[in-house]
Design a protein around this ligand. Structure first.
Ligand code: FE2
Length: 210
């Protein structure tokens, strides 16, 4: 079980996900396109972090290598879901909110601590386990099955992953734990920014059409 600190950030993401119009083809299309853009970096981030780890972090290094195999190709699911909705990536350019989400991760790996990426991973995995199953059910009401593969697959992720990640994190010395915790918070804020960014473009689109 995650400490309350993490719970508050997970709840803030959950609140925004609950408010999102999953039935709307344009909103879901823009969101899954943004998912594609940041997921393109999952394996690259893991590989960069794994390559920066010393022998002291060998168990994390090995875990990251395993995770690379698990994450490989996940961006393709998001792109195919988008195409099933009748859109292409050209319809939804990458938002600055999305670039701010993943670009900072490279900085943290290179200049703070490669293990700080655990905060990003833990936040994304925990929110996926909790939220993707009901979001998939919502999407099923409006779209064909092959338009929500990314959500379905990520909702099926083993909750044990989150528990194991937390176990690994909680054993870290305080300075390194701080880097992970800060990144957990930053990831929650960043995901909320993406959701709010999509919503803002929706409002602008409706206003422009009126
Ligand atoms: Fe994934």
């Amino acid at each position: 079980m995650l400490p309350n600190y993490y719970r508050a950030h997970l709840d803030s993401m959950a609140k925004n996900l609950r408010a999102f119009p999953w039935h709307d083809r344009y909103a879901y299309g823009m969101y899954i396109a943004q998912t594609y853009y940041y997921v393109c970096h999952s394996v690259r981030l893991l590989a960069t972090a794994a390559g920066r780890m010393t022998m002291e972090d060998n168990s994390s290094h090995k875990r990251f290598l395993t995770h690379i195999r698990e994450e490989s190709g996940h961006e393709v699911m998001a792109r195919r879901d988008l195409e099933e909705l009748g859109f292409t990536l050209e319809d939804f350019p990458e938002l600055p909110e999305t670039r701010m989400f993943w670009e900072t991760q490279y900085y943290k790996i290179e200049h703070i601590d490669p293990l700080s990426l655990m905060g990003y991973i833990l936040a994304l995995e925990a929110i996926a386990c909790e939220q993707c199953p009901w979001i998939t059910q919502e999407l099923k009401k409006s779209f064909p099955n092959n338009a929500h593969t990314f959500m379905r697959v990520h909702g099926e992720e083993d909750p044990d992953h989150v528990a194991k990640a937390w176990e690994q994190i909680s054993a870290l010395p305080p300075a390194r734990l701080k880097a992970v915790v800060e990144n957990f918070e930053q990831t929650a804020v960043g995901l909320n920014n993406i959701l709010n960014g999509v919503m803002r473009r929706m409002v602008e689109k409706v206003s422009a059409a009126a």
